[in-house]
Design a protein around this ligand. Structure first.
Ligand code: DOR
Ligand code: ZN
Ligand code: ZN
Length: 434
């Protein structure tokens, strides 16, 4: 049966204004998209009244960790996609640092099969650049592409060897696939847990310097120029990286980049002196100056998209303290409310800008047919209540990972329901719908 979503508010892409819209959905696709005007004739159709709430294309998150296979105690494809749906995401791209590492076609297929059986949103897996992500030997790129990998990355670690990265880029380019890079030079990091800044100084800790990230960004932009590959920089966190990407783009290198909500709203000066490991992620929270550079980079297009780097860990792992706990925080269920509250409600960004960075722009960067409300597109949608204020409560997360620094934050902009391919997969009232 066709579905009408009536009385939705959508952002007009040209004027940025909120516009009343009615959408007709048939066979999982948007068939009609009517702006303004009276409620259409909905006879014979299922009707969903959006009640004036914001309707957005479903969010697209091109950097997430689902932990399966191998770390099911942290997250599974089932729990991770459920958490994504609750956060308004309809397409997510999991990283290959699983156990085994997603470095063989069988593992890519395992992830895709599991996602088809147990997932509730679209799952587009990456495959590893090097076997076991050890940086020693390249994986079988053609076979991994054939199995369904959308790109190549050793996320979790940096590719230390420049020749290996260059070979990976040349190979990926020949297969028309991007290389996605976690930029980190190990020789500069020395086991530190926080950035080399105020917090580290105050506590007499070793710090992770900005150059450990930016050196790889600079190196890789040169290698991308030499090979012609689409090179995508993960989780930009430093002013220096922004500067290098801006330069790369200005001379025509095919470089794109992403930033995470936490690097836009938190700095190392916000880390509590209790040394709570819910504030530990890689790259680490940087200085307020870096935060402002990342915001400006996103605003001027140097940084293309927003991703969560959703990195769930168990409560026990995160209770080991700042030095010993693993890096990473929960991302899906706080991303939009955080950014909407901190940047749109404060007047710094338009709502349209934020939505673009989580929908149309990731679709453009990765060549995906999602992220739009145009007729003909897959009906991947999320409805959002912009007025309801609620506190972040990790106990309510659908993710197994409750590791967040945002507990108790009062935020606006919570999703109400999420639809994937014309099927409502999650609602605020009833939860997951399989
Ligand atoms: O914070 C992070 N968590 N950064 C990474 O690079 C890896 C990720 C993880 O897998 O937990
Ligand atoms: Zn990473
Ligand atoms: Zn990651």
């Amino acid at each position: 049966m066709a579905i009408w979503i009536v009385n939705a508010s959508t952002v007009d892409p040209t004027t940025g204004e909120l516009l009343k819209r009615h959408l007709k959905i048939t066979d999982g696709k948007i068939e009609l998209s009517l702006s303004g005007g009276e409620r259409p004739d909905t006879a014979g159709c299922e009707v969903v009244d959006a009640d004036g709430k914001l309707l957005s294309p479903g969010f697209i998150d091109m950097h997430v960790h689902l932990r399966e296979p191998g770390f099911e105690y942290k997250e599974t494809i089932r729990s991770g996609t459920e958490s994504a749906a609750k956060g308004g995401f309809t397409t997510i791209a999991p990283m290959p640092n699983t156990r085994p590492v997603t470095d063989k076609p069988e593992t890519v297929k395992f992830v895709l099969d599991k996602a088809a059986k147990e997932g509730v949103v679209r799952v587009l897996p990456y495959a590893a650049i090097s076997k076991n992500e050890l940086g020693r030997e390249l994986t079988d790129f053609p076979a991994l592409k054939e199995a369904g990998a959308i790109g190549f990355t050793d996320d979790g670690v940096g590719v230390q060897n420049a020749q290996m990265m260059k070979n990976a880029m040349a190979l990926a380019h020949s297969l028309d696939r991007p290389v996605i890079a976690h930029c980190e030079d190990d020789s500069l990091v020395e086991g530190a847990a926080v950035t080399d800044g105020e917090f580290a100084k105050r506590h007499g800790l070793k710090g992770i310097p900005n150059e450990s990230e930016a050196i790889h960004v600079g190196r890789d932009i040169l290698l991308a120029e030499a090979t012609g590959v689409h090179y995508h920089v993960c989780h930009v966190s430093t002013e220096q990286s922004v500067r290098l990407i801006r330069l790369g783009k200005s001379v025509g290198v095919n470089v794109t980049s992403e930033v995470c909500p936490h690097h836009l709203v938190l700095s190392d000066e916000d880390i509590p002196d209790s040394m709570d490991a819910n504030w530990k992620m890689n790259p680490p929270l940087r200085s307020p100056k870096d935060v402002e550079a990342c915001i400006r980079g996103l605003e001027d297009g140097t940084i293309d998209i927003i991703v969560t780097d959703h990195a769930p860990h168990s409560a026990e792992e995160k209770s080991r303290g700042l030095a010993k706990a693993p890096f990473g925080i929960h991302g899906f269920e706080t991303a939009f409310p955080l950014l909407y509250t901190k940047f749109v409600r404060t007047g710094r960004w338009s709502l349209g800008f934020l939505l673009r960075k989580m929908t149309a722009d990731p679709a453009r960067v990765f060549g995906l047919p999602y992220g739009t409300l145009e007729a003909g597109a897959p009906a991947d949608l999320t409805l959002i209540d912009l007025e309801n204020e609620r506190e972040v409560n990790p106990e309510s997360f659908l993710s197994l990972g409750r590791n967040t620094p945002f507990t108790g934050w009062k935020l606006h902009g919570w999703p109400v329901w999420t639809m994937v391919g014309g099927k409502v997969v999650w609602t605020e009232d009833k939860g997951i719908n399989r």
